[in-house]
Design a binder for this molecule. Structure first.
Ligand SMILES: [Zn+2]
Length: 439
């Protein structure tokens, strides 16, 4: 048993509550390149570069001889951020090289060697042994085939069901896309809901789907209303109908006669909200939890006024027996999220991705959450990334922050070492295992 809280946290098995880790075949065929370690840091390079002119690029094309120097010029201006520091840490620890311009070629070669001749073994080694992931919830699937063991090792990867495109339905094309996925005709709102329910059933039948996901904050607000079926059907029928007064965009990829959305965002809401309510009720029927994206949006120039977890309060009140897992600490609404976590028995609060975005803020956040929220309701980590190597980088950064928070609480005399170890065990592993029914 480790003596210090830091030693325990740094080597404790992790529940990776939210990840987008690439499949084994995608990991195998990724072109070796130093930028494979970028993870989220690309967004900081874009911000560092500032506005670019029309037709200009943030960076030259990757095969341009000027790419590497332009890349590292931006890197040197950004490298203190959480995104960038995690990349430097992963590069140093896993490849034995500093993430610097003079090492660019060596990093590319070391990356190729790291993936090696047996990519599946390398994939499992970095995730399980290096990052210490005991379980990961891969985001996201909407077909049973996507859960195959060939793609994701079943000994430690499980899945959530997610179809934000449907929850945010915009046009007739979205319906056509589901017809293709589900291999059934959709002529009515009932057909659409039946198709969704069957798709969920098919995915649940794999035994590998532990949860549902709502990630619509990238596209709209989280203030879900509860419209009547009539209101939703009126919007659906208007969405589907083609009349002489309709302007259409001809020939869609889905083979439908037209792509159109002649509904305003306001008119679409009853349909989107109705589908979302049916989706939540299905989770309720199955006894499965729902993960919800709240807080900051990946990338740049996101609609940052759509992300406050407080918008979910009516939904939390409407479904008191549905377990909601609220993501990303709600950053920058981490205090709002703490109050939700304290107040609602059906809300769990999650630091996934948060240690990557803003590690200093998350140290204050976890410190404060532990003073207000039962520690059985907090998930400490989720890597939220594609590259297995960056799962490691983000995991180490999270472990460092969590260890410091617990050590400070011990130093202040708020808790003793035994309790600190118990808290670490819960927020790093146990809470996730129980929440997702993997015990
Ligand atoms: Zn994510």
């Amino acid at each position: 048993m480790p003596e210090s809280i830091r030693d325990l946290v740094m080597e404790h098995p992790l529940f990776d509550a939210h990840e987008h880790v690439s499949s084994v075949p995608d990991y195998a065929k990724q072109e070796p390149h130093f930028s494979a370690l970028l993870g989220y840091a690309n967004a900081d390079l874009v911000t560092a570069r500032g506005p670019v002119g029309v037709g200009e690029r943030v960076l030259p094309a990757m095969d341009d001889p000027g790419y590497t120097s332009a890349f590292f010029e931006l890197w040197r201006r950004s490298r203190v951020t959480g995104y960038c520091r995690a990349t430097e840490r992963a590069c140093r620890d896993l490849l034995g090289l500093e993430f610097r311009e003079e090492n660019a070629d060596a990093i590319t070669k070391a990356y190729a060697k790291f993936v090696g001749d047996d990519p599946r073994a390398s994939y499992c080694m970095v995730l399980q042994e290096k990052a210490g992931v005991a379980w990961g919830i891969k985001d996201s699937i909407h077909t049973p085939e996507a859960t195959s063991d060939e793609l994701y090792p079943e000994e430690f990867i499980r899945f959530n069901y997610r179809d934000d495109g449907l929850l945010c339905i915009l046009s007739r094309d979205d319906v056509g896309e589901r017809e293709a996925w589900w291999q059934r005709s959709i002529h009515s709102l009932d057909n659409l809901i039946d198709g969704l329910m069957q798709s969920i059933s098919d995915c649940l039948a794999t035994g590998k789907v532990t949860s549902f996901k709502i990630g619509v904050a990238y596209r709209r607000g989280l203030d879900f209303k509860d419209p009547t079926r009539h209101e939703a059907e009126r919007a659906f029928n208007r969405l589907m109908g083609v009349n002489v007064d309709t302007t259409v965009q001809a020939s869609s990829a889905t083979g439908l006669p037209s792509r159109q959305s002649r509904l305003s965002a306001e008119e679409l809401r009853p349909l989107q909200d109705y589908i979302t309510q049916r989706y939540i009720r299905r989770a309720a029927d199955e006894g499965l939890p729902i993960q919800v994206h709240t807080g900051y949006l990946a990338g740049n120039t996101g609609v940052l006024n759509n992300i406050n977890p407080m918008q979910l309060v009516p939904t939390l009140m409407r479904y008191p027996r549905v377990r909601f897992d609220l993501f990303h600490a709600g950053w920058p609404y981490q205090h709002e999220m703490g109050t939700i976590g304290k107040n609602f028995p059906n809300a769990w609060i999650n630091l996934c991705w948060a240690w990557t975005m803003n590690p200093a803020t998350m140290e204050h956040t976890l410190d404060a959450w532990l003073d207000g929220v039962p520690h059985c309701k907090i998930f400490g980590f989720g890597s939220d990334t594609h590259s297995p190597l960056m799962v490691y980088g983000y995991a180490v950064q999270a472990r460092e922050g969590i260890a410091r928070v617990l050590q400070r609480k011990i130093d202040r005399g708020d808790i003793d070492l035994t309790l600190a170890k118990d808290i670490a065990h819960c927020i790093l592993l146990e809470n996730g295992v129980h929440f997702h029914g993997l015990a």
